[in-house]
Design a protein around this ligand. Structure first.
Ligand code: ISE
Length: 335
């Protein structure tokens, strides 16, 4: 029988997930779409063939015809909704961030451990991106020797007015925190965060550079510029002792016209990581059917680490010094 999924949140990500499930996730059906705006929930349900719509997420989670929950609602609701699903033993794919604070994440971890099985997958979909997977395979094969540095760029076209510099550290950069931890199989030791003196600290999404020393002795630098203007552009180069491996520009074509050759950038992350979201969601459903966690997917501990690293980065920006990343002891449950 198909896994019956409730999608909580019909905003940018919830709607995107609903379209992915409608087309590309065998073995699953979207039973209900919830949103505080019932009109928006119904519109996405109608557009994607979901069977129902509601404005009450907790009722939806309880329904006997709902087996699994995809949480794509505002960040502050991630913990209560996930805890409600865990309480019923229902698996959750929780969009990043797992929760806005590390304390909330630890409470979710405690609840999951109390259920005796991993029920939370966190939405760090880049682990499923074929390019990052090739990068990890190159590292595993020793193609570039031992990893020394990881250079990352994370550029959005423009930031909404409410998007602060701190949001760049806690909302955007967590994708790099998680992919760096996964690629290098390391934790972060210290973080420094710099902002160009020319940048207006009050401007939405002013650019920053994050410098990380990893516990394995590598350097990771992450430029986050949410107002890059020219396109959505995520780059990565892993530098080793024998070479380097970089993400290729994902554009499938270049256009030559008017004495110019050009390649197109996507407008945001959804087209850039469409394959990653598709593979992530498929893997989630497979884990539910097989009743075992996916070896690649980010779990609750990974979700906690990304949030805790973000908190450390804000501290480093505020204090203007390198700050140690101090994590809670890792439960054996996630060994
Ligand atoms: C957004 O929340 C995402 O998750 C995107 O992947 C990221 O590129 C963007 O900067 C975030 O705001």
């Amino acid at each position: 029988m198909a896994v019956r999924v409730a999608i909580i949140g019909a905003g940018v990500m919830g709607a995107d997930h609903a379209h992915i499930f409608a087309k590309d996730v065998p073995g699953a059906v979207v039973q209900i779409i919830c949103d505080a705006d019932i009109g928006r929930a119904k519109a996405i349900a109608d557009a994607t063939g979901a069977l129902d719509a509601s404005s009450d997420p907790f009722e939806a989670i309880k329904r006997s015809d709902v087996d699994a929950i995809l949480v794509a609602s505002p960040d502050a609701t991630h913990q209560p909704l996930t805890l409600a699903a865990l309480d019923l033993g229902k698996p959750v794919l929780c969009e990043k961030p797992m929760a806005p604070t590390s304390d909330e994440c630890l409470a979710m971890i405690e609840a999951e451990i109390g259920k005796g099985k991993q029920l939370i997958q966190t939405g760090f979909m880049r682990r499923f991106d074929p390019a990052y997977r090739e990068m990890k395979a190159a590292l595993a094969a020793g193609s570039i020797g031992d990893a020394l540095m990881f250079h990352c760029f994370h550029r959005n076209v423009s930031a909404p007015d409410w998007f602060t510099t701190e949001n760049s550290i806690t909302n955007s950069a967590p994708h790099e925190y998680d992919i760096a931890r996964w690629l290098l199989d390391t934790e972060f030791q210290t973080m420094s965060v710099f902002r160009p003196n020319k940048a207006d600290p009050k401007a939405a999404g002013s650019p920053i550079v994050i410098i990380v020393q990893s516990e394995n002795g590598q350097l990771i630098n992450i430029e986050v510029n949410i107002n890059a203007a020219y396109g959505y552009d995520v780059r990565g180069e892993m530098v080793g002792t024998k070479g380097s491996v970089s993400l290729a520009n994902p554009s499938l074509t270049t256009t030559s016209a008017h004495l110019t050759n050009a390649l197109a950038y996507p407008a945001d992350w959804r087209p850039r990581f469409a394959e990653a979201y598709r593979l992530q969601n498929q893997a989630w459903i497979r884990t539910i059917i097989a009743d075992r966690p996916d070896p690649i997917a980010a779990n609750a501990w990974d979700g906690y680490c990304a949030t805790r690293i973000g908190e450390t980065g804000v501290d480093a920006l505020t204090k203007g010094v390198a700050v140690d990343v101090v994590l809670a002891p890792k439960p054996d449950f996630y060994a």
